[in-house]
Design a protein around this ligand. Structure first.
Ligand code: UDP
Length: 243
């Protein structure tokens, strides 16, 4: 149907990406802009799953540092991702998209449970799938949730939107001579000790040979350009040639 380089993708957005210039919560203008990007990609023919973090509301590690039980804190973090998923569902639906939120934690009065076969069916029917509550387990992050869901739904590419336009050899905010990589293998990332994703997420991508693109989503149209095959940001690829 389309000339896209990828048929099915999983987009990971951090909770902080929804805050805009605020310190907390969700900026309606920002979430609407992100929703528009997702719809543009989906209307071009891609099947799009989305995982959103919860760091704009709660993170378990931060709550634990303040004295809270870690598991309870992580559960609060996972519920925060459900809040963000509902906000994204609303933003997408306001723009005319068909959407299903599916949660790894049972919370069926507000959204569906995550069931892999049903998730794939939603995508095939042209619905945008938002996968909430990460992996459903404490001590993980939504990066791991995104890697897991991408593999489960058979995504061709995992897209991680960040504030930086790719992976650098050192922190570009601290070092003016930092060099951005166009592409890396998983082995390169390990041997150079580059902080691309948390280790559990990274291990899942590597073991399943899932290509991962890290990019800055602040430029309008960037998601669709990537899906059309433009090499924006940094690609971390597996063993398979061409991936
Ligand atoms: N979380 C969890 N298990 C998961 C995914 C998330 O316990 O599988 C909790 C964890 O406390 C995490 C919080 O939810 O800090 C929010 O997710 P994350 O930090 O990944 O959000 P982001 O940084 O992407 O906004």
């Amino acid at each position: 149907m389309s000339q896209l380089a990828y048929r099915r993708v999983l987009l990971k957005l951090s909770g902080e990406a929804l805050m805009g210039d605020e310190d907390y919560g969700i900026d309606p203008k920002v979430i609407t802009r992100l929703a528009r990007e997702v719809i543009e990609a989906q209307q071009a023919g891609a099947e799009v799953g989305v995982v959103i973090g919860g760091g704009n509301i709660f993170r378990g590690a931060g709550l634990a540092a303040g004295g809270m039980d870690r598991v309870t804190g992580d559960q609060m973090g996972m519920l925060a991702t459900v809040i963000n998923a509902l906000a994204m569902q609303d933003a997408l639906e306001k723009l005319g998209a068909r959407v299903r939120v599916m949660s790894a934690i049972k919370i069926n009065d507000v959204c569906e449970d995550y069931i892999r076969r049903r998730a794939i069916r939603h995508l095939e029917k042209g619905r945008i799938g938002i996968f909430a509550a990460g992996t459903g387990n404490p001590f993980f992050t939504t990066d791991s949730g995104a890697a897991l869901r991408a593999i489960e739904i058979g995504a061709d590419l995992l897209l991680k939107a960040t504030k930086v336009d790719g992976v650098y050899d050192k922190d570009p905010k601290k070092h003016a001579d930092a060099v951005r990589f166009d592409s890396l293998t998983y082995d390169d990332v390990i041997s150079r000790d580059l902080q691309v994703m948390d280790t559990a997420a990274f291990a899942l991508c590597r073991d399943s040979d899932l290509p991962l693109r890290i990019f800055d989503m602040s430029q309008p149209g960037v998601l669709l350009r990537i899906l059309k095959g433009e090499a924006i940001g940094t690609l971390v690829r597996g063993r398979t040639p061409g991936h």
